[in-house]
Ligand binder design. Sequence first.
Ligand SMILES: *Cc1c(COP(=O)(O)O)cnc(C)c1O
Length: 396
Amino acid sequence: MTGNDELRDRFASAFMHNYGVPPVALARGEGCAVWDVDGRRYLDLIGGIAVSSLGHGHPALVEAVSRQVATLAHTSNLFLHEQEVLLAERLRTLLREPARVFLANSGTEANEAALKIAIKYGRTHGRGYMVAAENGFHGRTLGALSLTGKQSIRDQFGPFPLDVRFVPYGDADALKNAVTDDCAAVFLEPTQGEAGVVPPPEGYFRAAREICSATGALLVADEIQSAIGRTGHWFAHQAEEVVPDIVTLAKGLGGGMPIGACIGLGEAGEVFAKGDHGSTFGGNPVSCAAALAVLGTIERDGLLGNAVRVGALLSEGIAAVRHPLLKGVRGRGLWLAAVLTVPRSAQVQAAAQEAGFLVNALQPDAVRLAPPLVITESDARVFLDALPGILEAADA
Ligand SMILES: *Cc1c(COP(=O)(O)O)cnc(C)c1O
C-alpha cells in the first residue's frame, strides 16, 4: 500500500463525508511544485484554490510568518497591533478610495460582515431584500449560503431568514428589474468563480454600478477569488473602472494563511457602530504579516504583470490545442477554465494528476487553473506540451 492510499483510508474513517476523500496526500511544496507523501512531484496549477499566491515556501512569506509567530501570535480584538493597521492602510491604498476595513478569517466570514452591513444599512433606509446571481458562490455559512445561487448546495439547508432574489448572471436588464428602491444590496462576483470561471458580458459590472447608484442599493463585489492579482489587477473590478460600496476578500490575500477582509468604501465603511460585529481570531498578527508579505512581494516582483503574461501564454496555448474533448478556454490572467465538449472534467483532472499536474475539475465540463502568481513561462509551457496527451488519456 502506498503512503497516499494509507492516509486516504485513515482520512476516510476520521473525517465527515463532506469532502469525499481527496485524491492526493500532499507533503511539501516549493515554488509551483508540490510533492505527495510518496515523493511524487506535481506542478501545482490550482494553488489551493487561488490561495497560494506566492507558491509554496516563498522566503518572504516564511520570514514574515516565522518572525511574527515568534514575536506575537495573537492579541484578540481587546488590543490592537501594528500588522493589522499596516494591512488595512495598504488595502485602502490599493483600492484608491476612502475605506474602512474589517478583518475576518475566511471568505464566508468576510461576506457575513458585508451582509450584516447590508442588513443594517437596509433597516436604516427602509430597504429589505438582497439581490444575488444564479450560480453565484458566496460561502457556506448560513448568511453567505443564503446568497449562494447554487441550488444543490443551498436548498437542503433552507429556507433562510433573508429575502434574497436571484437573477441570471450577466443579464443587466434582469438586474435592473430586480433592483428597486427597496433593495438593500446586490452581491456579485466580478467573474463567477465556482460556477466555472464565467466572465460576464463586457460592461455588466458597470451596469450593476449604475443600477445600484440609481436606486441606492449597495453594490457588494465578492472578490474573494478574483482579487490580489488573480486577473492581473489588484482587484478585478478595477479593470471595469467601477467603484463598489463593499469589497470582500480572502483566498489569495494571505498566501495560504487564513484571512478574510470586508472593506466598506465611503458610507458603507461607516455603518457598523461599536459592538456591531467582531471575531476573536480575525486580523490576527500572523495572518496580517502573511498578507503584508503577499502584497509586498506582488508589488516588488511585478507579479501583476506576470499574471497577465503567463496567463495569456496559458490561455492562448490552451486555445491552440485541437482535440475533440476541448471546446475552448475562458477567464483572464491566471484564472482560467478549460472548457470541454463533454462532461469529462473528472477524467481530465485524473489524467493530469497521472501526468504530474494538479488541476481542478470545477464543473463537469470545466477544468480550473488558478496557479500561484509566481508561475513561470517555462512551467506554463511544460503543461501546454503535456495537455494533448492528458486530453487523449482522459478521452480513452
Ligand atoms: C471561496 C469563495 C468564498 C468562500 O470563501 P471561504 O474562505 O471558503 O469561506 C466566497 N466567495 C467566493 C467568490 C469564493 O470564491
